[in-house]
Design a protein around this ligand. Structure first.
Ligand code: MG
Length: 162
């Protein structure tokens, strides 16, 4: 079977009074990500993993943060476009595994909603999308609540007819 693996990583700084979007879900939080887009750092890492699997560059190349087109954009649109590109190139997404490192708020109540949302945008089963959340035990910039860090890994398989 022809398969490809991709890994993605993203960080956004956090500030009071901004909306916190993670995995396509609005999280009830007093702090949110500083960003040109909606700041969905989980989806950004996932997009980079998808692009990385096919050596198609990164999210900044496809959706430059200097472009007005992407100001405040819903990151689900970016994920949808990246998934379309992957399919057009002849590949399907097997699964994705996303790890979010954030000191607060607690993300456990939102995990299933994030999985459902990202699976729906990629048009794959919820069982193929994992989201895990961790703190960093108050260590580093994540632990101090200054930022949110996300790692993503994806596996792609070549479409049967290609
Ligand atoms: Mg980002």
């Amino acid at each position: 079977m022809d398969i490809r693996i991709g890994n993605g990583y993203d960080v956004h700084a956090l500030a009071e009074g901004l909306p916190l979007w993670l995995g396509g879900v609005l999280i009830d939080s007093p702090i949110g990500c500083i960003a040109h887009s909606d700041g969905d750092v989980a989806i950004h890492a996932l997009c980079d993993a998808l692009l990385g699997a096919l050596a198609l560059g990164d999210i900044g190349k496809h959706f430059p943060d200097t472009s007005d087109e992407f100001a405040g954009i819903d990151s689900k649109i970016l994920l949808s476009r990246v998934t379309s590109l992957i399919r057009k190139e002849g590949w399907d997404v097997c699964n994705a595994d996303v790890t979010i490192a954030m000191q607060r708020p607690k993300l456990a109540p939102y995990i299933l909603a994030m999985r459902e949302c990202m699976a729906s945008v990629m048009d794959i089963p919820v069982s193929a999308v994992s989201v895990k959340a961790t703190t960093t035990e108050k260590l580093g910039f994540v632990g101090r609540g200054e930022g949110c860090e996300v790692y993503a890994v994806v596996l792609l398989k070549k479409q049967c007819d290609r």
